[in-house]
Design a protein. Structure first.
Length: 90
């Protein structure tokens, strides 16, 4: 993927590992994926594996890890107003 100029330290910020894993995974399963080596979040009723993105997050890994295993829809939209999560995925 070609960088659009939004990089930090040579890391492409807009490239997460994958698109949504599934719309049908229950939040109880997402809750089990809350460590740096296995980091999932739910946004807009979709589940995302952010494990490979944690270290590339512009706010630092702690920002993502504090939200791991949770539904972060409200927080995502408050911080990233007008941004669709798919813009960050390849």
């Amino acid at each position: 993927m070609a960088s659009n100029g939004s990089s930090m330290g040579g890391k492409d910020l807009h490239r997460a590992p994958t698109a949504a894993i599934s719309k049908s995974i229950p939040l109880s399963e997402v809750n089990r994926h809350c460590i740096p080596a296995d980091c999932w979040v739910a946004i807009d009723d979709k589940v995302y594996d952010l494990t490979e993105f944690v270290d590339r997050h512009p706010g630092g890994p702690t920002t993502v890890l504090n939200s791991a295993g949770k539904d972060v829809t409200k927080m995502f939209h408050e911080i990233h107003r007008g941004v669709k999560i798919d813009q960050y995925l390849r």
